[in-house]
Design a protein around this ligand. Structure first.
Ligand code: GDD
Ligand code: MN
Length: 379
């Protein structure tokens, strides 16, 4: 096979039923183009990857990358894009929600107008949201407004997961991508250090026929983390910021509880302080479990030992906080700075220790993947 002009990257997770119809649609749409398809599957339990191999007889221009112990739409796209030598690279969802028949138009546009990227847009003339719930349209518009702030470009559909880019442009940005979460396009645009030459082609977003969308609250949190990560220039982990934000909420809660217990329940200050400390630690634990460390959250009985370790770590953190604040204060630094220094040391300790020993990031991920493999059925 001569070098393809276009590579079509298809990230998949549990998309087995969509593979065959998608490959047929692509073959029809791209009949006049020298193209290849790269399916990047994250070891889906429904054996999408194994099934995709069986299609390579009918479609010899299809390759499969099966990633083990990995998850994530953005990072899957990046790995697919880096595996091809084609000068133009398209990304399209496997579920046929994106209209593959506009791909030739997108390719022609990027070539003739010498653009960096052409985005399949649901909002320009000729595009539309199909039959979608008000909630989804609203969510999409919200994300649009937010992302406009980050990538400094006025796009009609910056949330799109459907685009064609020039490989030279990819190489400019690829090393600085966050590659977390769902929003690969936004990531690319926000990373570019120069004005990007962007084109748009409209299409109608179809409804999904097989399988389920993976877009849920986790995706929203990851999206918030991506925006944060870009805003912070990647210097501080976004999950640390979320952790601190929850800590700050806890501070507000603490003060309110103490006030309430003294004023209306007639408790002593000491009693109220203990009670508030206990409640806040519990709430913080649960919030961090649901938000900050959501992808490896504890469930059921494993919440209990996790909670115990969390409390223990936070007590040590509090001790460190006070010790640091006191020693800084002893050097006759203004009390506010001393207190802040204590807070920073304490929160970094809490974040580091709990992420390691309560939510044990690496170990859990491996265990989960192992379980998925065991449960998966043979095709
Ligand atoms: N490899 C891999 N790993 N693929 C994944 C993963 C993952 O962890 N999660 C999702 N995918 C694949 C799905 O199998 C699908 O092919 C594609 O990514 C999009 O996932 P959907 O679950 O269908 O997302 P959606 O329809 O809610 O949102 C899509 O369309 C929007 C509108 O264009 C995404 O592309 C959004 O980014 C986009 O805004
Ligand atoms: Mn979809």
């Amino acid at each position: 096979m001569s070098q393809p002009e276009l590579a079509v990257i298809v990230p998949t997770y549990n998309e087995r039923e969509n593979i065959r119809p998608l490959l047929d649609l692509l073959a029809r749409a791209l009949a006049g183009v020298n193209y290849e398809v790269v399916i990047v599957d994250d070891d889906s339990p429904d054996q999408t990857a194994t099934f995709a191999w069986t299609q390579t007889t009918a479609h010899p221009n299809v390759r499969v990358i099966q990633r083990i112990n990995r998850r994530g739409l953005s990072s899957a796209c990046v790995e697919g894009m880096m595996s091809t030598s084609a000068p133009y690279i398209a990304v399209i969802d496997a579920d046929m929600q994106h209209d593959e028949s506009v791909l030739p138009k997108m390719l022609a546009k990027i070539k003739t107008e010498a653009l960096d990227i052409v985005i399949g847009s649901r909002h320009v003339e000729g595009g539309g949201m199909g039959e979608f719930s008000k909630a989804r349209v609203w969510l999409s518009n919200m994300g649009k407004a937010l992302s406009r702030a980050v990538c400094r470009a006025d796009l009609s559909d910056p949330m799109s997961g459907f685009f064609v880019l020039d490989r030279r442009f990819l190489m400019e940005v690829v090393r600085s991508l966050s590659a977390t979460g769902f929003k690969i396009l936004l990531d690319i645009l926000a990373t570019a250090r120069r004005p990007v030459k962007i084109g748009e082609v409209g299409y109608t977003f179809r409804t999904r026929q097989f399988g389920a969308s993976k877009l849920d609250i986790v995706v929203f949190i990851e999206y918030a983390q991506l925006l944060l990560d870009k805003a912070l220039g990647g210097l501080i982990p976004a999950s640390y910021v979320v952790f601190c934000f929850i800590g700050a909420l806890g501070f507000g809660l603490h003060i309110s509880i103490v006030r309430l217990m003294i004023a209306s329940a007639g408790w002593s200050f000491g009693q109220a302080q203990w009670m508030a400390g206990f409640v806040v630690m519990t709430v913080n634990f649960l919030l961090n479990n649901q938000l900050t460390f959501r992808s490896q959250r504890l469930r059921g009985w494993s919440l209990l030992p996790g909670y115990a370790v969390f409390c223990l770590a936070c007590l040590v953190g509090l001790y460190l906080n006070v010790a640091v604040a006191e020693s800084v204060r002893a050097a006759s630094v203004w009390w506010l700075w001393a207190s802040l220094a204590g807070l920073v040391v304490g929160s970094v300790w809490n974040y580091g220790v709990t992420s390691l020993f309560v939510w044990n990031v690496a170990r859990r991920r491996l265990l989960k993947a192992e379980k998925a493999r065991e449960q998966s059925v043979q095709p």
